[in-house]
Design a protein around this ligand. Structure first.
Ligand SMILES: [Zn+2]
Length: 68
């Protein structure tokens, strides 16, 4: 399992209703917080749920690294 970090861009198996499947991680803890790159909506997923829905880690976006 790859380590997930704040600022990582990830692709999920399910597309968001807005059409985007790429998210930016903004919080890593018991829950994973991520922001949709299509519509800026933020969601929290329990870690096991996140791991199940994660398709791939696309890379690290430094611009979002320090965001809380
Ligand atoms: Zn969206």
């Amino acid at each position: 399992m790859q380590e997930i970090r704040t600022g990582d861009r990830v692709q999920m198996r399910k597309k968001h209703p807005c059409g985007s499947d790429v998210w930016v991680i903004y919080r890593v803890g018991a829950d994973i917080g991520m922001r949709c790159t299509g519509c800026d909506r933020r969601v929290l997923l329990a870690r096991p749920v996140f791991n199940k829905q994660l398709k791939q880690i696309l890379g690290h976006d430094e611009m979002n690294g320090g965001e809380t």
